[in-house]
Structures are given as structure tokens and as C-alpha cells.
Design a protein around this ligand. Structure first.
Ligand code: SF4
Length: 497
């Protein structure tokens, strides 16, 4: 069965010669670096749960290419039920790790390339799709971790890719050879990029006919010559290096270990190229990817919020406020916001429809609504968590204070609330809440899978405002085809008049 174990995942990463930089320094082995380890641990959970019989239905699927059971993270969505199961998988993983588990970007990129390569071939008579299926078979057989790379640096935001003073602000082809292409540029905010086997490079925007060099979609091994990763900083990340109670989430990362990936003249052989110059399909590819990924947030953030709500509720017990009706109502409000986005993600998936290539797409309006709500609800849930946990979140003492015999008794004495709970428990919960409601996590909820305005553009396009005006006209004028029962109120008014 092509399912990697967590140990196999880590060992397969160890064999790669990934060029990565953390804190400005070249990393010898990514699997042994304490800043990267939490993110590798999180992805390892995705591998581990796929082996658990109780989670087999949500964590795995039957490949439509090979008929074999594969990881759901390498699966092409074959039905609305597949889409629903993906959201269930994300919630489960969010509940298990309390953070971002990274593999969804690669999954949605796989699906976007699968659908787009089919559509390009259907019109242009190219052979991208057959090529892509061969690549996909390998991904499934080896249960690879893929990073989706879409967001270009973009340079001057008012200028198109071809108008930039520096053409490298968007990944582009700099050389065409008989056996492939050479690409240059960078992709930002790469979730899980540094601990992936492969990078799926996609255009980050729709392109005009004169921007053919930017219309490139391909798969690049993470250790290909010319590829390098520069790890981003996260809030409180140096605490991972300190250990103790100040870490927050002791095993897993805060969001997805995002990195900048630079393509410094990287050669991509023909068999790894899935779009090359066909500009008119780029907007569709971006749209496919973004729509699937926006629905995801109702699942992953739902699972993360379950853990955050749990930590907050535990805090209320530690403080002795858990029986207070106002406190309980605020917990309900957190649950309400969380379940609203989860329900929308399930709805977007259940209403999924078949694409021309045979795979399934989520309902775009609902998917974008999920993400739009996430940009608010994650903040609102965090706000209520801060409200209930108290100012202690911003002022709590650290591990070192608890280790100093001169002051530790004071720290313990004056941070004891409900005596049933140890002070250390209070600090650990507080640190988790602090981490999961701090800048990195919030900004990720705001901008991941596209900034709020990107969703609103789709929502307006999908909203059918003119149709809604017609509905209002028809209802208010009473001119629809079915006369309905006579209305006594109307007749009475006419008689009086
Ligand atoms: Fe997956 Fe959520 Fe992380 Fe995106 S933010 S990669 S959907 S866990």
C-alpha cells in the first residue's frame, strides 16, 4: 500500500539535499533543525493518521488512476463525497495538531493542474494531461509531500508581470531548450515548502497574450540545483529553541513554516512541465486552486479552533469562572462562529460539481464565503479567548522565573487561582492561547488562500445581483406565473379604496 509512515517521511527528507536558510544561516540537515522540526512533526501526523484503521475513510482514498488505496493528500477529487471527506480530514488534523499541517496546498495544486492540463489539451491538442497523470502516479505511489507555490513577489503592484522593471518579480521562463526550460524568480509564503519533497510551481495570476514566459506550471524537486528556501520568522518562534513551558504548542509549529523559495535559474525537464506558454488558461488555474483552498479553511481552522476553545474553557476552570453564565455564553459564541464556517465548508463540498475532466469542484460562492468568514471569525474567536483567559496572557511569567528559587514561590502563590490546578498548567494553556492568537496565526487567517478582497470579487461575480433584482421585482409586483390563492387583505384594501 503506497502510504508512507512518519519515519519514512522523515528519512526521505533526510536523503534530500535541500538548500535552506534559517535565521540567515545555511541549514545542514533540515530534519535536525529545531526551527523546522515542529513543522515536520505536524506533517508526520498526516502520515501517521492515514495508518490508523479508525481514520482510514477520511485520511485515505482509492486512486482513480491505480485503483490502490492512497493518501487523501495525493488524491484527485472524484465526487462531492471526496470533497466532504477532505474537509473532515482537515478538521481531524486541526484537532490533532492544533496548527497548520501544510499538505493541503500541494493537494489543491495537484487538483488544479490535473483539471487545467486536461482543459488545455482538449483545445490546444497538447499532451500535458498524460504527462501530468504519469507524474501523479508517482506522487501517489511514493506518497509525496508537495508544496504548492503560487504567490509571486509581484514587485510594483500597479504593473503587469511583463511591465515590471525587474522581470524576476514573477516566476518566468528565461531559456527554452530541446529537453525543457530554465525558470527564474521566487514564490513567497510557501506553506511547508522547506519540508516538502517537491514544489508545484503555478502562475500566480491571469496573464495576457504577451506574457507567455510567465505561463509556466511545473513540478520541481525541492533539492533541484538552483532552488533555495529562506525560512520566515513567526511570532514567538525562538521559544521553540528554549524549551520549557513557554513554547506554546510543544510538538507542532505555529502555522505552516512558511518560506520564500527562490528559483535561481532552475532547469525543469519536459516531463515535469504541465503548462508552458498557454496564457489564457492561467486565470482558470489560479481560480481552481484558490476555490478549493478557500473551502479548506472551514475544516482546518475549525479543528484549530476546537483546540483553542478547549484551551480557553480549561482556563476558565483554572480561574474558577467556568460556571459563570456570561463565560459559558462566550464559549457558545466561539463554538457558534466555528461551526458556522465548518458548516459552510461542508456545504461547499456537498454542493460540489463535476468538471469537464471528471474531477469535482466545490461550490465557488460558498467556498469564498468560508474564507471571508475566516478572515473575521478567527479574530473574533481569538478576541473571546483573550477576554476569557484574561490579561495574564500578556504578562505571565516565564519558565526561568519558575526555576529561580528566590522568586518561584511568589510566582506560584500569586498565580494560583482554583487550587485544583497547578500554576504550570495555567501558564502552559496561556502560552498555547498566546501563540495561536498572535500575529502570525491571525495574518495567516487573513491572507492565506487570498486576501479578503479576492474573495469579495468572486462573491460579487457569483452573487447574481441582477437575478436577485428580478426576484424582488417579481415578488413585489406579484407577476409570477402562478396566481396563487386570492389574498383577502388585498381585496379588502381594494374594496375600501
Ligand atoms: Fe491546510 Fe489550512 Fe494549512 Fe491551508 S492553512 S495548508 S488549508 S491546514
Amino acid at each position: 500500500m503506497p502510504l508512507k509512515t512518519p519515519v519514512e517521511y522523515v528519512e526521505s527528507l533526510r536523503r534530500l539535499k535541500i538548500r535552506a536558510y534559517v535565521g540567515g544561516e545555511r541549514v545542514g540537515s533540515i530534519v535536525d533543525h529545531p526551527a523546522i522540526a515542529p513543522h515536520i512533526n505536524t506533517v508526520s501526523k498526516t502520515y501517521e493518521l492515514a495508518h490508523r484503521p479508525e481514520h482510514q475513510e477520511v485520511m485515505t482514498a482509492i486512486s482513480h488512476l491505480t485503483g490502490e488505496r492512497t493518501h487523501r493528500y495525493t488524491h484527485i477529487f472524484q465526487s462531492a463525497d471526496d470533497l466532504v471527506k477532505k474537509i473532515q480530514m482537515l478538521r481531524l488534523l486541526g484537532q490533532t495538531t492544533g496548527t497548520c499541517f501544510q499538505r493541503c496546498v500541494g493537494l489543491d495544486a495537484l487538483n488544479a493542474m490535473y483539471a487545467t492540463s486536461w482543459e488545455v489539451d482538449a483545445v490546444e491538442k497538447t499532451d500535458y494531461h498524460a504527462r501530468f497523470r504519469r507524474y501523479l502516479e508517482r506522487v501517489q505511489r511514493e506518497d509525496l509531500m508537495l508544496a504548492g507555490a503560487m504567490t509571486d513577489p509581484k514587485g510594483h503592484r500597479a504593473k503587469r508581470p511583463a511591465e515590471q522593471a525587474d522581470p524576476d518579480q514573477f516566476v518566468h521562463v528565461v531559456e527554452r531548450r530541446a529537453d525543457g526550460v530554465v525558470i527564474r524568480g521566487a514564490k513567497l509564503h510557501n506553506t511547508g515548502g522547506i519540508n516538502s519533497h517537491e514544489i508545484l510551481v503555478m502562475p500566480g495570476t491571469g496573464l495576457g497574450p504577451d506574457e507567455q514566459d510567465y505561463a509556466i506550471a511545473c513540478a520541481v524537486p525541492a533539492d533541484a540545483p538552483g532552488v533555495l528556501f529562506i525560512f520566515g520568522r513567526q511570532s514567538n518562534d525562538s521559544r521553540k529553541l528554549e524549551g520549557g513551558c513557554d513554547i506554546g504548542n510543544p510538538r507542532f509549529g505555529v502555522v505552516g513554516g512558511e518560506a520564500m523559495v527562490v528559483f535561481d535559474n532552475v532547469f525543469v525537464p519536459t516531463e515535469r512541465i504541465f503548462l508552458n506558454g498557454e496564457t489564457k488558461y492561467c486565470g482558470g488555474l489560479v481560480n481552481y486552486f484558490a476555490t478549493w483552498h478557500r473551502a479548506n479553511y472551514g475544516g482546518c481552522k475549525g479543528g484549530n479552533a476546537d483546540v483553542l476553545i478547549g484551551a480557553t474553557a480549561k482556563m476558565t476552570k483554572i480561574l474558577g469562572t467556568d460556571k459563570n453564565a456570561v463565560v459559558r455564553d462566550k464559549l457558545v459564541e466561539m463554538v457558534h462562529m466555528n461551526e458556522t464556517t465548518y458548516a459552510s465548508a461542508i456545504g461547499a463540498s456537498a454542493m460540489g460539481y463535476k468538471l469537464p475532466c471528471g474531477s469535482f469542484m466545490v461550490d465557488p460562492m460558498m467556498a469564498n464565503t468560508v474564507k471571508q468568514n475566516i478572515t473575521r471569525n478567527v479574530y473574533m474567536i481569538g478576541r473571546l479567548s483573550h477576554d476569557l483567559a484574561g490579561g495574564f496572557l500578556a504578562t505571565m511569567p516565564d519558565q526561568k522565573a519558575l526555576e529561580n528559587p528566590e522568586i518561584a514561590p511568589f510566582v506560584k502563590k500569586y498565580h494560583t487561582a482554583n487550587p485544583d490546578y497547578d500554576v504550570m498548567e495555567r501558564i502552559k494553556m496561556g502560552r498555547y492561547i498566546e501563540n495561536m492568537t498572535s500575529v502570525t496565526t491571525m495574518v495567516e487567517a487573513m491572507h492565506g488562500a487570498g486576501s479578503p478582497q479576492a474573495q469579495r470579487i468572486v462573491m460579487l461575480a457569483q452573487a447574481g445581483i441582477e437575478e436577485k433584482i428580478k426576484m424582488a421585482d417579481t415578488v413585489i409586483s406579484g407577476t409570477d406565473d402562478v396566481p396563487g390563492l386570492p389574498l383577502p387583505v388585498r381585496e379588502l384594501a381594494a374594496t375600501k379604496g
